[in-house]
Design a protein around this ligand. Structure first.
Ligand code: NDP
Length: 286
């Protein structure tokens, strides 16, 4: 029950209407009997700072920050977790009085999801160079991957990512390769951190096939999440018998890490997973 004592956790983004975060966090609060309520707010880019200040004034426990504000949110933090600082993006904020602490639990989400893969050597091809790719690169480094090749449509961004994260996180990069090329050595894991596969962003003709058909790919992690359906990359991998995991697992695990930051408690991961599945099934039925 929401009472005068209930504390607020917010999601700030634009758009936010599709987000599963309110569903999984409210289910988790219920499961752990925590008197908090999670609400989503669609915010204009010019008002992000005011929204964060407003949450401080309202005594909110914390917030998640989603697309397209994860990088801009850095401007409004009073302090930053070193990994969020290195990646240059914040997706979770914890308020202590008027102090905003910025974290990046996408890193935790990818790092934990990587443990689902069992491959013959720890080399990976990372597609993308935006905020998600930077979090994924940091996670691959933390998870002990030896060699990471990066490929991005705008090559300069891939080179920048390699430079930044090698310097700040000691991520073991092998190098940046032109968009659409295969790495010059076998990379058993492919991580997609581009937005390709989302509505309106289609893979270039033949690219998933080119990436997946060299016989060396043993696992695919696609950060893109399309509720109720496999992403095109996951579908293409499964068709070739390659184990593949979609972005829902990363979403769940970044949410679980954020829950722990908000509450100081371990997240009820299976309850959160079930709540997302139930919501997706109900929506599919209309
Ligand atoms: P950004 O906008 O920061 O980066 C977008 C990336 O996609 C860039 O590398 C961009 O390349 C690439 N890209 C976009 N359109 C195309 C195209 N037509 N052809 C080739 N490359 C393209 O977004 P984020 O990094 O924040 O997010 C990327 C994806 O990861 C999103 O789909 C997001 O939903 C997902 N994500 C999922 C999470 C989860 O929990 N499952 C967590 C975080 C993100 P370029 O630099 O050349 O423009």
């Amino acid at each position: 029950m929401i009472t005068a004592a209930t504390r607020l956790v917010a999601l700030l983004g634009n758009p936010v209407g599709h987000s599963l975060s309110p569903v999984m966090h409210n289910a988790a609060f219920g499961e752990r009997d925590i008197d908090m309520c999670y609400l989503a707010f669609e915010v204009n880019i010019q008002e992000l700072g005011k929204a964060i200040e407003g949450l401080k004034c309202l005594g909110a426990v914390g917030a998640n920050i989603t697309v397209p504000f994860k990088e801009r949110a850095l401007l409004y933090m009073d302090s930053l977790d070193p990994e969020a600082d290195a990646v240059g993006a914040v997706n979770t904020v914890v308020f202590k009085g008027k102090h905003a602490f910025g974290h990046n639990t996408d890193i935790n989400g990818v790092e934990e999801t990587l443990r689902l893969f069992s491959v013959s050597r720890k080399s990976a091809l990372l597609l993308g160079a935006g905020g998600a790719a930077r979090a994924a690169a940091c996670a691959l480094g933390k998870d002990g991957w030896d060699r990471i090749w990066v490929s991005n449509r705008h090559h300069k961004r891939a080179e920048q990512l390699v430079d930044d994260l090698a310097r700040i996180c000691n991520t073991p990069f092998a190098g940046a390769i032109p968009w659409g090329e295969r790495p010059p050595e076998p990379c058993p894991l492919v991580v997609n951190a581009t937005s390709l596969g989302l509505d309106g962003a289609e893979w270039p003709e033949g690219l998933p096939k080119k990436i997946l058909s060299d016989g060396n790919v043993e696992g695919v992690l696609d950060l893109v999440y399309t509720p109720g359906a496999a992403t095109p990359l996951v579908e293409a991998a499964i068709k070739r018998g390659i184990p593949a995991v979609g972005g829902e697992e990363v979403l769940l695990r970044q949410g679980a890490a954020a829950f722990s930051l908000f509450t100081g408690m371990e997240a009820p991961v299976e309850r959160m997973r079930d709540s997302m599945k139930d919501w997706t099934t109900r929506n599919e039925r209309g």
